[in-house]
Ligand binder design. Structure first.
Ligand code: PEP
Ligand code: CO
Length: 482
């Protein structure tokens, strides 16, 4: 038996020839250099020894993603920045441990697949699908504490930190949750990979993606017509070529989450054979949230050194000069696909804030991938006067505000001469009632029917599909470049 036959089976990592000039992690950076900077939004653990043990354990566990998947995404993001692809990023505001079930995961995948089909068909552009999942378990909060009826407890920071129930035990930060979060992320990703490998995302079978309530949706007919027309084109191409279009039976799916808890992000930061630098192998696309985007803070310090593509939320209250500074720190080599800027101004601020921001960044000659998050600037608290939640303050968002910010963003980019290459939504494949409006005209009084989020309100299945249709219509009128 030859030596090569005896050598262990290797994962199918391609063996890239890495030029010495390839960017690598900076020499003045290390996976823990963030510790020397002020780092916001970290929980205070009552048992630091247990935290250290958990982190040591996480460091030895296999990662969730690979460097070659990350590089592939980076290449695709570069194409989106150049106008040749479009990014669809979506998922829950916060994943929940108890919603790590086959149905919830499949439903989330279904709505993202349906939206991407609509965008690709109407927008005539290849779509990059990125889920806010398999790790979206930690939330930044505006206050450390919450008081109810005279009792004050630590605020809920996501399932990776504590539990939402209002009692002292549930709200105490528990490091073991990080391990549970890691395994839930692995379970989620494993199921998604199996579904996709098994043909779930096959364009020949879009009926697999139908959700139970689709038939009653006001958009069912338009969606069905689209699916039929894609089916006809496929059959036509295949009869012409005499073979099945195999490329369409598999799609790429990538993951993202807010890189908030730097203890666990560091534990998943690794080197890999035959590539330079350090990689966050806990997700393909980590992002920095608005509250932790201080150029001098720990989060920016951590993210500047990893080789993944990175994204930052930017918006009202942030000086355009600060965004330029962030771009310099996070992407000093102007590497294609490295930096995405996710703008989230809100309906009332987008017209004032976005043009100045786009102009400031464009003036530096940079061409980041611009993504619009029309959700986070449009959150408001209402007190419904009827329905199950009558008299209770509820966080919601209106479909019209979301659509307004999105449409104005397309127009402002076109006017400034930059390009909007993606969208970022909080959505679910479930039939919830958390955002108002949409074709069914949900009102404040309807919010109580199925309000499940413990954090931000999500678009339901129908509202998400409707938005995809609106964006696709707009993209159809805007020529793709390249
Ligand atoms: C989020 O995306 O859930 C979030 C907290 O966003 P932002 O940082 O933009 O407020
Ligand atoms: Co949110």
């Amino acid at each position: 038996m030859s030596i090569s036959a005896l050598s262990p089976i290797q994962p199918s990592e391609p063996e890239p020839v890495v030029p010495d000039t390839d960017p690598t992690s900076p020499a003045d950076w290390s996976p823990d250099s963030w510790r020397s900077r002020p780092t916001l939004q970290q929980p205070t653990y009552p048992d630091p020894d247990r935290l250290a043990a958990v982190v040591a354990d996480m460091r030895s566990l296999p990662p969730l993603v690979t460097s070659w998947e990350i590089e592939k995404l980076k290449d695709q993001l570069a194409e989106a920045a150049a106008g040749r692809r479009f990014l669809l990023q979506g998922g829950d505001c916060a994943e929940r441990f108890d919603e790590c079930s086959s149905e919830a995961i499949a439903n989330r995948l279904k709505i993202l697949l349906q939206m991407s089909l609509v965008l690709a068909h109407g927008g005539r552009r290849r779509v990059i699908r990125v889920g806010r999942f398999a790790g979206q378990y930690a939330k930044p909060r505006s206050s450390d504490l919450e008081t109810r009826d005279g009792t004050t407890l630590p605020v809920y920071r996501g399932d990776n930190v504590n539990a939402p129930e209002f009692d002292a035990a549930a709200r105490t930060p528990d490091p073991d949750r990080l391990l549970l979060g890691h395994s839930r992320s692995a379970l989620t990703l494993n199921f998604i990979r199996s579904l996709i490998d098994g043909g779930f995302a096959d364009l020949h079978h879009p009926e697999y993606w139908n959700l139970g309530f689709v038939d009653h949706s006001p958009h069912a007919a338009e969606y069905q017509r689209m699916v039929e027309s894609i089916g006809e084109s496929l059959r036509f191409m295949e009869s012409l070529a005499g073979t099945r279009v195999g490329d369409l039976s598999r799609v790429d799916f990538f993951t993202s989450h807010e890189a908030l808890l730097l203890e666990s992000e560091q534990a998943l930061t690794r080197t890999v054979p035959r590539r330079r630098g350090w990689w966050n192998l806990g997700t393909h696309l980590p992002w920095i949230g608005l509250r932790t985007a201080d150029p001098g803070g720990g989060h920016v310090e951590y993210m500047r050194g990893i080789r993944n593509p990175v994204a930052v939320k930017v918006g009202a209250g942030m000086d355009p000069a600060t965004v330029v500074e962030l771009a310099e720190i996070l992407d000093p080599h102007r590497e294609p696909g490295r930096l995405s800027l996710i703008h989230r101004f809100g309906r009332d601020q987008v017209e004032e804030g976005l043009p100045r921001l786009l102009q400031a960044v464009a003036a530096t000659g940079r061409r980041p991938l611009w993504i619009c998050d029309p959700m986070h600037g449009n959150t408001r608290t209402v007190v419904p006067d009827a329905g199950v939640l009558a008299g209770t303050p509820v966080k919601t968002r209106s479909f019209d505000d979301i659509l307004f910010e999105l449409e104005r963003s397309f127009e402002i980019h076109a006017a400034v001469g930059t390009h909007l290459g993606g969208v970022h939504f909080e959505l679910t494949g479930e039939d919830v009632t958390e955002c108002t409006g949409g074709a069914r005209g949900l009102s404040d009084a309807d919010l109580g029917h199925a309000y499940r989020s413990h954090v931000d309100p999500r678009l339901n299945y129908e509202q998400a599909l409707e938005l995809a249709m609106r964006i696709a219509r707009r993209m159809r009128d805007e020529p793709a470049s390249g």
